[in-house]
Design a protein. Structure first.
Length: 141
């Protein structure tokens, strides 16, 4: 299996054009719906195919049809869009202070006497906010 490198990018606008082409059936109808010229739609889809490195369209007479790879890309696109939305929501929550990390430093006696009981109380009062990241690191949501 060929692995994907971190430089693999998908332009969401181009992906939307591919979705619209699948939905509408022709480049002309896609262009009209997206307020573009047919030439611009063709160029954007050709660019998407180059970016991804697989053929997305196949000529059939005077029209085009989506390849199997294009259909596979569209099948995964919804999951990618949902992941991008969750990521944006998480970044927004971080920016407004809803989520973040808390680091506590104390002497050993302070940990046993103060920090430990405070963490237990916090975890009991807000179990939704506490998730274990690993044995040595915990994360506050």
């Amino acid at each position: 299996m060929k692995s994907i490198s971190w430089d693999f990018t998908v332009d969401w606008r181009k992906l939307r054009l591919l979705y619209e082409l699948d939905r509408r059936g022709t480049i002309a109808a896609t262009a009209t719906a997206m307020f573009l010229t047919p030439s611009a739609v063709s160029q954007q889809l050709a660019g998407l195919a180059r970016d991804i490195g697989v053929p997305l369209l196949e000529r059939r007479g005077r029209t085009v049809v989506l390849t199997g790879q294009a259909r596979l890309l569209l099948a995964h696109a919804e999951g990618m869009r949902e992941l991008a939305e969750r990521t944006r929501a998480a970044l927004d929550a971080w920016a407004d202070g809803t989520v973040g990390y808390v680091r506590v430093g104390a002497l050993a006696t302070g940990i046993a006497a103060l920090v430990g009981p405070a963490i237990v109380r916090f975890a009991l009062r807000a179990p939704w906010a506490w998730s274990s990241g690993s044995a040595s690191r915990n994360r506050i949501r």
